[in-house]
Design a protein around this ligand. Structure first.
Ligand code: ZN
Length: 348
């Protein structure tokens, strides 16, 4: 578990926290909020280590060498309490929610003296996974934490937290990581060529975690082929071929988020070109020639409309459990119809 100074690419988010740590002016409860895979959890663990360290450095960060630091790193420190979704008893993944029993067990543990006679740290990961009853139970503890107890809530969806919880926490905003930084890290971590790292960084929208998940996806190798199938400026594509593609994609729901990401980033690239941005700003830089052709042929309003269709279909399928094959097919028909209408309009 790295100390706080090892969390890279989040200087702006962590600056205030480091100052508070150095000056011993910490709040009792923090909310680390921001997209997945940008270092929130790493920072929360780093803060826990700094708070429990026996010989903190001059800047307040953890020494990483003492017994306390080693125990925090192994998640074995008796005064570090981590609340997160538990494994389901049937072994099929994680529970959907953090349980109220977990909060009650925490409260019992906090009602005793700390083991080491010093600070205690509670890390609450995926804080949005608390239902209102659980959150209300936690609220009592957040309101009267005791002098040496510190809470760090971590969430990618802080809008799902109760306002009463939010008002108790000092919010630290974690933004998407810079493209240059994500490119460098992904290239190192997934052992990619710089070009592949740059593509993945563009697709991952500032999240190392998402980039790593994408690196192992089979759809990535088929990117150029998929874009060629969908990007059809004149609506000349045969619908039965697209229907087959919908069928194929609909069968592997795990790959669908990446498919939508490919489509969205493609059309966004076209909009960037129309706005006069250089090829270096594109996600699909290696397909820049194709993108330039399409951007020259399809009007802005049509691209914008297609982007909206894609996003609506993505929401229907991924959030709304709509039939993937059916909705994809409907999307493809819309895209072709749209292109044909433009062609008919310009031929008149
Ligand atoms: Zn230490």
């Amino acid at each position: 578990m790295p100390p706080l100074c090892d969390v890279e690419g989040q200087d702006r988010a962590l600056e205030g926290l480091k100052r508070a740590l150095k000056g011993q002016r910490l709040h009792h409860a923090y909310l680390f909020a921001g997209p997945d895979g940008v270092g929130k959890r790493l920072a929360a663990q780093g803060l826990a280590e700094a708070l429990l360290c026996e010989h903190p450095l001059d800047d307040g960060d953890a020494c990483t060498q003492c017994k306390a630091c080693r125990r925090v790193a192994e998640q074995q420190h008796p005064d570090l309490h981590v609340l997160e979704r538990q494994d389901r008893p049937d072994g099929k993944g994680l529970e959907r929610q953090i349980k109220i029993d977990q909060v009650r067990a925490l409260q019992r543990a906090l009602s005793f003296k700390s083991f080491e006679g010093g600070r205690r740290v509670v890390l609450l990961l995926e804080a949005e996974a608390m239902n209102p009853a659980t959150a209300n139970a936690l609220l009592k503890t957040l309101e009267e934490p005791g002098d040496d107890t510190f809470f760090v809530l971590v969430s990618h969806a802080p809008n799902r937290l109760l306002p009463t919880i939010l008002s108790r926490c000092q919010r630290v905003r974690f933004g998407p990581l810079s493209r240059a930084y994500v490119t460098r890290r992904l290239t190192e971590l997934a052992e990619l060529t710089p070009d592949a790292g740059a593509l993945l960084a563009g697709l991952s929208e500032g999240s190392i975690g998402r980039g790593l998940a994408l690196a192992s996806s089979g759809l990535l190798a088929r990117r150029a082929e998929l874009i060629a199938a969908i990007d059809d400026p004149h609506g000349l594509r045969r619908l039965d071929a697209l229907s087959e593609l919908a069928d194929q994609l609909g069968r592997d729901k795990a790959e669908l988020p990446l498919f939508f990401l490919l489509l969205r980033t493609w059309y966004r690239d076209l909009l960037l070109l129309q706005a006069g941005r250089p090829a270096e700003a594109l996600v699909h830089q290696d397909l820049a020639d194709r993108a330039r052709r399409s951007a020259a042929e399809v009007p802005f309003s049509a691209i914008d409309h297609r982007l909206a269709l894609i996003q609506a279909t993505e929401r229907d399928i991924l959030d709304g459990n709509a039939n993937a094959r059916l909705f994809l097919e409907r999307l493809f028909v819309h895209l072709v119809d749209d292109a044909r209408a433009i062609r008919a309009g310009s031929a008149r």
